[in-house]
Design a protein around this ligand. Structure first.
Ligand code: NAP
Length: 484
C-alpha cells in the first residue's frame, strides 16, 4: 500500500513553551517526522518562544538533543535532521512581559498560515492571547492551539473561553485533546459509519454495556503538586474519557465536518445522567516496597485526591437508555492500556445442545499499546470432537493489516498539528463541548468534596480498588481484564 502524504500550506508555527517537556518530547520530534514524510513545506518555520536565554543556534542544539532522546529510528538521518533544524528559530519572550514581542512580530511572514501553540501552563493562556492581539502578531486567519487543562471547573473554563473569544473567533481556536488524534479513535468513526455491519447493532437492543479503560503504569512523576489539585476526574475523565465516550455514543453526523461531528458529541454530553455517589469509586495507590504511596508522591499526607476513578454512567436518549457505560482510569496500575470494549448482549436462545457457556460478541478497540481492533466471535472448536463452541478474536491489528503504512502513521500530536495548519477543527474540542463536560463533572466533584469522601487505597500494579470490581459485580458483570 502506498502512503499518500499531502504537503500542507506554508506556515509559521510559533511554539510558546518551545523549550518545555511537551515541545521536546512530542511536538518537535513529531514535526521532524512530518518533515521526513514530506508533509512540512521546505519554506515553513517553527519558532520556539520561551523565557530561556537562547539564540537560534542554541535552540536548534536543544531540539537536536530532544530528537536524539525522544525521536524514533528516523532520528539517525543526520543530513535531513540538519535541514529540519535549519527551519527552526527562537525568540526570547516572557508571556507576562512586554519584551520580545516586537522581535516576534518582525519574524512573522505575510501570506503563510500563522499558528501559535500554547504549550505553557494554563495560567499563561489568557496573557498570550492578549499580547498576540495587542502586538498585532495574530491576523484574522491565525490559529491558536490550546493545551489541556482547559479550566478546572465550569466557571474557569467559561472565563478562559471568554478571554480567548475576546481576541479570537471560535474557528481560530484549537483546543487539543491528543486522544482524538490517535489513529484508532478516527478508525472508530470509520468502522462505525463506513460499514453497514455495526451501526444497526449499535444501540440498546444489542449492546449490553460499554467499558472504557485508560490505565497507566506510571505514578504522578514530577507533576505531584499539579496533580494533587486535579485528580483523575479532572485530569483524565473530563477530557480524554468523555471524548471517547462521545465518539462511541454519538449519533451519525450528517457529514464528517467539524461542526457536524462536534454537534453530535455535544448532544451526548448533554444527555449524560447525573451519577449517584455509589456509582463512583475513587482510589489512591498505596506504598509498595520501595515505591512510595500516592500521598508520599504528592507530599500531602492528608490528600483526598484520587489517582484512580471508576464510574458507571448512563445516557438518556433513545439509542442508549438502559445501557450502562463503565469508565475507569488510574495511575500505577497493572499495565499501560487504553481500550474501549463494546460488549453485545447474550443470544436469546442457543440451538447447540449441551452448550451452556455464555458466548458474547465483544468489539474491543485498543488505543494503546498495539493500536487496533478485534471482534470476539463464536466459532466451532476445530477437530472431530462434535459441535463445541469457542470464542476467538477476529484480530485487526493495524500494523499487521496495513504493514509499513501503519508504522509510518503519524503520532497523535503530529497529525493534530497538521490539521491545525490545514484549518480542520474536526478533532479539536469546541468551547461549548468543554463547558458541557465541566457542567457534568462539577456536581460529581462537589458531591464528594462535600461528603469528605476518602479514596480507597489500592495496590500498585493492580486493577484498582476492590470496590471498583464490586461496581460491576453488583450488576452481574465483570471488567475486562487489563492486559499489557
Ligand atoms: P514544562 O516542561 O514546564 O514547560 C513549560 C514551558 O513554558 C517551558 O518552555 C517554559 O520555558 C515556558 N514558560 C514558562 N513560563 C513562561 C513565561 N512566563 N513566558 C514564556 N514561556 C514560559 O511544561 P510541559 O510539560 O511542556 O507542558 C506545557 C503545557 O502542556 C501545560 O499546559 C501542560 O498541562 C500541557 N500538557 C503537557 C503534557 C506533557 O506530556 N508534558 C501532556 C499534556 C498536556 P522557560 O522556563 O524558558 O520560560
Amino acid at each position: 500500500m502506498v502512503s499518500r502524504v499531502i504537503p500542507v500550506d506554508n506556515f509559521d508555527l510559533v511554539i510558546f513553551g518551545g523549550t518545555g517537556d511537551l515541545a521536546r518530547r512530542k511536538i518537535l520530534p513529531g514535526l521532524f517526522r512530518r518533515f521526513l514524510a514530506g508533509q512540512m513545506p521546505a519554506d515553513s518555520r517553527v519558532i520556539g518562544a520561551a523565557r530561556s536565554d537562547l539564540d537560534d543556534d542554541g535552540y536548534r542544539a536543544l531540539i537536536k538533543d530532544a530528537i536524539a532522546e525522544f525521536g524514533g529510528p528516523e532520528k539517525e538521518d543526520a543530513e535531513k535532521l540538519s535541514a529540519f533544524l535549519a527551519q527552526l528559530a527562537y525568540v526570547q519572550i516572557d508571556a507576562m512581559g512586554e519584551g520580545g514581542w516586537g522581535a516576534l512580530a518582525k519574524l512573522m511572514r505575510k501570506d503563510v498560515v500563522r499558528a501559535f501553540y500554547f504549550s505553557v501552563g494554563p495560567s499563561l493562556f489568557g496573557a498570550l492571547a492578549e499580547r498576540l492581539h495587542k502586538h498585532k502578531i495574530a491576523d484574522r486567519n491565525s490559529r491558536i492551539v490550546v493545551e489541556k487543562p482547559f479550566g478546572r471547573d465550569l466557571a474557569s473554563a467559561q472565563a478562559l473561553n471568554e478571554t480567548l473569544a475576546s481576541h479570537f473567533k471560535e474557528t481560530q481556536i484549537y483546543r487539543i485533546d491528543h486522544y482524538l488524534g490517535k489513529e484508532t479513535v478516527q478508525n472508530l468513526m470509520a468502522v462505525r459509519f463506513g460499514n453497514v455491519l455495526f451501526e444497526p447493532l449499535w444501540n440498546n437492543h444489542y449492546v449490553d454495556h460499554i467499558e472504557i479503560t485508560v490505565a497507566e503504569t506510571v505514578g504522578v512523576g514530577g507533576r505531584g503538586a499539579y496533580y494533587d489539585k486535579s485528580g483523575a476526574m479532572r485530569d483524565m475523565v473530563q477530557n480524554h474519557l468523555m471524548q471517547l465516550l462521545c465518539l462511541i455514543a454519538m449519533e451519525p453526523p450528517s457529514r464528517y465536518g467539524p461542526d457536524e461531528v462536534r454537534d453530535e458529541k455535544l448532544k451526548v454530553i448533554r444527555a449524560l445522567d447525573p451519577i449517584d455517589a455509589h456509582h463512583i469509586v475513587r482510589g489512591q495507590y498505596d506504598a509498595k516496597g520501595e515505591e512510595p504511596s500516592y500521598r508520599e508522591d504528592v507530599d500531602n499526607a492528608k490528600s483526598f485526591t484520587e489517582s484512580f476513578i471508576a464510574l458507571k454512567c448512563g445516557i438518556s436518549n433513545w439509542r442508549w437508555a438502559g445501557v450502562p457505560f463503565y469508565l475507569r482510569t488510574g495511575k500505577k496500575m497493572k499495565s499501560r492500556v487504553s481500550s474501549i470494549d463494546v460488549v453485545f448482549k447474550d443470544l436469546g436462545h442457543t440451538i447447540f445442545e449441551g452448550d451452556h457457556s455464555r458466548h458474547r460478541n465483544i468489539l474491543s478497540i485498543r488505543l494503546q499499546p498495539n493500536e487496533g481492533m478485534d471482534l470476539q466471535v463464536t466459532i466451532k472448536e476445530p477437530g472431530p470432537g462434535g459441535m463445541r463452541l469457542i470464542d476467538v478474536p477476529l484480530d485487526m491489528t493495524f500494523a499487521d493489516a496495513l504493514g509499513d503504512d501503519a508504522e509510518d502513521s503519524a503520532d497523535a500530536y503530529e497529525r493534530l498539528i497538521m490539521d491545525v495548519i490545514r484549518g480542520n477543527q474536526t478533532l479539536f474540542m469546541r468551547g461549548d463541548e468543554v463547558e458541557a463536560a465541566w457542567a457534568w463533572t462539577d456536581p460529581l466533584i462537589e458531591g464528594w468534596e462535600a461528603r469528605n469522601d476518602v479514596p480507597k487505597t489500592y495496590e500498585q500494579g493492580s486493577a484498582g480498588p476492590e470496590d471498583a470490581m464490586a461496581l460491576m459485580h453488583r450488576d452481574g458483570r465483570k471488567w475486562r481484564e487489563i492486559k499489557g
